[in-house]
Design a protein around this ligand. Structure first.
Ligand SMILES: Cc1cc2nc3c(=O)[nH]c(=O)nc-3n(C[C@H](O)[C@H](O)[C@H](O)COP(=O)(O)O)c2cc1C
Length: 592
């Protein structure tokens, strides 16, 4: 789908076409400094799948403040905290733009100033008309802020020139009745914005993105009309902007989808920089059609991501086709997690969905039903090829597969989320193994499994003859080895082995189950794989349910809402929040 293709916005590359439009969260302290809640909010958004986030508007000078608890950016004391924010977004391969605003006469806190001394449409406040001297100062403040934003690690800035704030008031002939070169035709009314852009462009590096948010029309008979907006976009392009976000003066009152699609499509045809559309972006189908039939480069969403920050992931994995919140009715429901957001079910395989090599039709039907609107993952000690082959044979619609106890995790499109091969001194390990009497061992790698069995009673011997792929040359397996499983003669020998292996500090994770020992890469395991999925999908812990039966499932069973298979290990049954006879029973329990 085009919506998920990467796109170049002049000097930055987006991993897909979804942008979170600037949305003031008002989660900051009174002095504009960032709170922990602010970071948490942005982490969820970054995890949620959008390629770029634009922060809610920030004030680059204390006099420009619009509302209480909005984010500040007025001096260098903000640098460390925004550096933390940009690092956080970049962790998820998400670009981040800082939006800068001057409230103009829409401010209720800062300096009430604007293009002309005309009473504000709703508050009635009469602003002070700004002198040319003051306009120069404003330009310098925006330039200083842009330089600071680059130092913070932002990928760029966006100037808010829409929705009735200072720049938008300059552009709107109702609010701008100046007689000098900043009033009159659109080329004059755009002068301040153009001067700010040009001045910023001179001072930042060529990799730093400069975006502007404008109206395609004020949608008022006396306001800025579409033709003027088109001219404005041409002026901005010449001034050096790298992208333009198209909004409209009546967005709050609009109903339906893609409010300004025809205007944005025309602008995108005429200007030779990327244009993205905001306002009423909702269903994936409409987004895809828009991107395929126009030159619009990307779309941006605000309200849809308020209660569903991970909506883009849900679109990508086909779990949803449209958001829960279609119009903002200021119901405040968006501060609560959506009840319809996809959840995640993670299942072990052997002893859980596969009982003695058999996967029941009832289990398949249950997991496939669940996966229609939720994420489904299987994490097992098996090799990837074996796991995939078995689940595909039963037509199971999984979204993620974790092989080698989570040391290798992929999504169903093949995207690799974890790849931790074993990096240990095998000679040292085998030297240690040779000191113990063992029943056998298995090496599992990308190329398959290699068994070395010394005992005809060994469980591994039985495994070898079951559905596992045929034994292959040891040398080949060793190339990319992910796990070593050793079967000891008894529990105490296995424990003794672990004590000695740990003393060797082999740089690996060792799991014990009665007389079995599993060795995987350091800090690798099923729990780590589930955590990785939770983070990649931007889910709350409560949205994750796991099911398993044996020792290596224990860490994930203890950490999440869990089910133990009733025929499983006693320790696992004790640790799990719930018990179920089958995967089907567990799924029915959680789906109600
Ligand atoms: C709660 C809220 C806060 C907003 N804050 C900002 C903001 O800080 N800067 C901005 O440019 N637009 C802001 N907007 C407008 C949105 O970016 C967007 O243009 C508008 O909501 C239409 O898009 P939507 O239909 O996807 O919500 C805000 C909208 C909402 C609902």
């Amino acid at each position: 789908m085009k919506a998920f293709e990467s796109v170049r916005l002049t000097n930055i590359e987006l991993k897909n076409r979804f942008i979170r439009s600037a949305t003031s969260e008002r989660l900051c302290l009174d002095n504009g400094h960032l709170s922990e809640a602010y970071y948490q909010h942005y982490e969820k958004l970054a995890q949620g799948g959008a390629a770029m986030l634009i922060t809610g508007y920030t004030y680059p000078d204390e006099a420009f403040k619009v509302k209480s608890r909005m984010a500040g950016f007025y001096d260098d004391s903000f640098i460390p905290e925004y550096q933390r924010l940009t690092a956080l977004a970049h962790c998820y391969d998400t670009k981040l733009l800082l939006q800068l605003v001057h409230g103009g006469s829409s401010s209720s806190l800062g300096c009430i100033e604007s293009a002309s001394a005309i009473p504000h449409i709703s508050s009635g406040l009469v602003p002070e008309a700004m002198s040319k001297e003051r306009l120069k100062t404003i330009t310098n403040i925006f330039v200083t802020a842009a330089i600071r934003a680059e130092r913070c690690g932002f990928d760029g800035i966006q100037i808010h020139a829409a929705h009735g704030y200072l720049f938008s008031q300059f552009l709107d002939p109702r609010m701008n009745q100046r007689m000098d070169e900043y009033g009159g035709p659109i080329s004059n009314r755009a002068r301040l914005l153009v001067e700010v852009i040009k001045a910023i462009d001179k001072q930042v590096s060529k990799h730093f993105h400069i975006s502007v948010k404008v109206h395609c029309s004020d949608f008022n008979i006396n306001g800025m009309c579409f033709d003027e907006a088109l001219e404005l976009c041409g002026l901005l392009t010449k001034a050096g902007v790298d992208s333009i976000e198209i909004s409209g003066g009546d967005y709050a009152a609009r109903k339906g989808e893609l409010f300004y699609q025809s205007e944005a499509a025309l602008i995108a045809e005429k200007v030779n920089i990327p244009v993205f559309l905001v306002g009423g972006v909702r269903s994936l189908k409409a987004v895809e059609k828009l991107l395929c039939t126009t030159s619009i480069a990307a779309i941006s969403m605000s309200r849809a991501l308020l209660c569903e920050p991970n909506l883009v992931n849900a679109y990508y994995y086909g779990k949803k086709a449209s958001p829960d919140c279609l119009q903002c009715r200021t119901c405040q429901a968006c501060i609560l997690p959506s009840k319809h957001a996809p959840a995640l079910f993670v299942s072990d395989v052997d002893g859980t969905i596969s009982m003695h090599g058999v996967i029941s039709k009832a289990d398949v039907a249950a997991v496939n039903q669940y996966a229609k609107h939720n994420y489904l993952a299987f994490i097992s000690g098996r090799s990837l090829s074996n796991l995939k082959c078995d689940l595909d044979k039963h037509k199971i619609n999984y979204d993620f597969l974790g092989a080698y106890n989570g040391a290798y995790l992929i999504d169903r499109c093949g995207k690799v989320l974890i790849d931790h091969p074993l990096a240990i001194e095998m000679e040292e390990l085998f030297e240690l193994i040779s000191k113990f009497q063992i029943k056998g061992y298995a090496l599992t790698g990308k190329a398959g499994m290699y068994f070395n069995i010394m005992d005809t009673d060994s469980i591994m011997n039985k495994m070898k003859t079951s559905s596992y792929e045929p034994q292959i040359e040891q040398r080949e397996v060793m190339k990319q080895l992910y796990s070593v499983n050793i079967e000891f003669r008894d529990d105490s020998t296995a424990s003794l082995f672990i004590a000695q292996a740990e003393a060797l500090k082999l740089n690996c994770q060792i799991y014990l189950n009665t007389h079995f020992v599993d060795i995987v890469a350091y800090r690798t395991g099923k729990l780590e794989a589930v955590k990785c999925l939770q983070s990649a999908l931007g889910l709350e812990r409560e949205a994750v349910t796991v099911i398993g039966d044996s020792f290596n499932d224990l860490p994930m069973i203890e950490a999440y809402n869990s089910f133990a298979i009733s025929s499983g290990d006693l320790k696992v049954i004790k640790a799990a929040a719930n018990q179920a006879d089958s995967v089907e029973a567990a799924i029915h329990h959680i789906m109600g």
